[in-house]
Design a protein around this ligand. Structure first.
Ligand SMILES: NC(=O)c1ccc[n+]([C@@H]2O[C@H](COP(=O)([O-])OP(=O)(O)OC[C@H]3O[C@@H](n4cnc5c(N)ncnc54)[C@H](OP(=O)(O)O)[C@@H]3O)[C@@H](O)[C@H]2O)c1
Length: 324
């Protein structure tokens, strides 16, 4: 097997595409032959030692992938050799094979291709948990999605439309805004060219969005929060823009609004039954064509460094997927 090995987490340049012995699964594990692995923002942070999870060295990055089960460890039930699965295990995906805990593997129904499956769990679960559970988004309400052409952003557009909300998608280029429109956004704002507050006022008759979905942070957070509607919910998803914003606490008071933290990974660990029910609904929505990952492009696994550069330069629209 081959895999991208990180033995010094100082950035992408230090990764090596290495030949390694193919491992045998231990108890509760399966060996997966990886067909596709997607890039998520944490994959960029983890190789720089900037992510909350710090794996023991050396490790293979690649949080999310799909492939075929090739061997079962002792005690594994409910999975079979030859079955196709998707898995979000945090590491291991950027290679040809990996060992994964069997309990994290989701068997794929027929008609769920590996490229879509590798680009599904993290973004759709985060956006569903954020908008529907934490944000209590209802049909007829208006949601503002920041960084809307990114991985979690495109999933958020589709999920908000699936529940009947009006979507204002905001992104940094006209090309990204056009992609958001094609994904069903009712209106778009290019925040590199337009004043976010003025545009939101115009698009909501001065009322502001009921829910704000923010995976970007930085300088966008305060003007966005100042525009929120009465009883609005501001969903804190992430800080892809860099700095963690500081909000004056008089702002939620003045709007009767809530700042709502979203941490899907811990939700899945702490509330596994609720998470399983949510994943079931998402799989159903995929089968019904209500949601479908936007694939920026696929690239050969050996070109991971170029893929990281594309993500780091803010060029990706939707999800970038590495394939074997
Ligand atoms: N809370 C949770 O449970 C959870 C779960 C998954 C992900 N996240 C977080 O959500 C965020 C987005 O993840 P993602 O996988 O959707 O990433 P992504 O596909 O790269 O999208 C991030 C978006 O952020 C914007 N951005 C602004 N400044 C940027 C910069 N300096 N570098 C890169 N992007 C920048 C870009 O949109 P524009 O160019 O249009 O501004 C980009 O499309 C990350 O912070 C991630 O850690 C949180």
């Amino acid at each position: 097997m081959r895999a991208w090995l990180c033995d010094n987490p100082v950035g992408v340049d230090a990764l090596n595409w290495k030949e390694l012995p193919t491992p045998q699964p231990g108890a509760g594990e399966v060996l997966i032959e990886i067909q596709a692995a997607s890039l998520n923002f944490p994959d960029l942070l983890i190789v720089q030692n900037k992510y909350q999870m710090k794996p023991a060295l050396p490790f293979v990055p690649g949080s999310e992938y799909a492939g075929v089960v090739r061997a079962l460890g002792d005690g594994v039930k409910g999975l079979q050799v030859g079955q196709t699965v998707a898995c979000l295990s945090g590491t291991g995906g950027f290679g040809t094979h990996t060992l994964a805990p069997a309990k994290l593997c989701m068997p794929l129904p027929a008609g769920f291709p590996a490229v879509d499956a590798a680009a599904f769990i993290m973004t759709y679960a985060t956006s569903h948990h954020a908008l529907i559970d934490r944000g209590q988004l209802k049909a007829g309400e208006t949601v503002l999605v920041l960084g809307a052409a990114g991985g979690v952003g495109t999933a958020a557009i589709q999920i908000a439309k699936a529940v009947g909300a009006k979507v204002i998608a905001a992104a940094s280029t006209d090309e990204k805004c056009a992609l958001c429109k094609a994904q069903g956004a009712d209106a778009t704002i290019n925040y590199s060219a337009e004043n976010l507050r003025d545009a939101l006022k115009a698009l909501t008759d001065g009322k502001g969005p009921d829910v704000i979905y923010d995976p970007v942070g930085g300088d966008l957070a305060e003007p966005a929060f100042r525009s929120i509607a009465w009883r609005g919910r501001y969903l804190v998803i992430g800080f892809a823009g860099g700095p963690i914003p500081q909000l004056p606490l008089n702002l939620p008071l003045l709007k009767g609004a809530s700042i709502v933290g979203v941490f899907w990974g811990d939700f899945a660990r702490r509330e596994p039954q609720a998470n399983a029910a949510m994943m079931g609904e998402l799989a159903q929505w995929y089968a019904q064509g209500k949601v479908k990952p936007v694939i920026d492009r696929t690239m050969p696994m050996s070109e991971l460094k170029a893929a990281y550069a594309r993500m780091g330069s803010r060029a990706v629209m939707g999800k970038l997927v590495m394939v074997n």
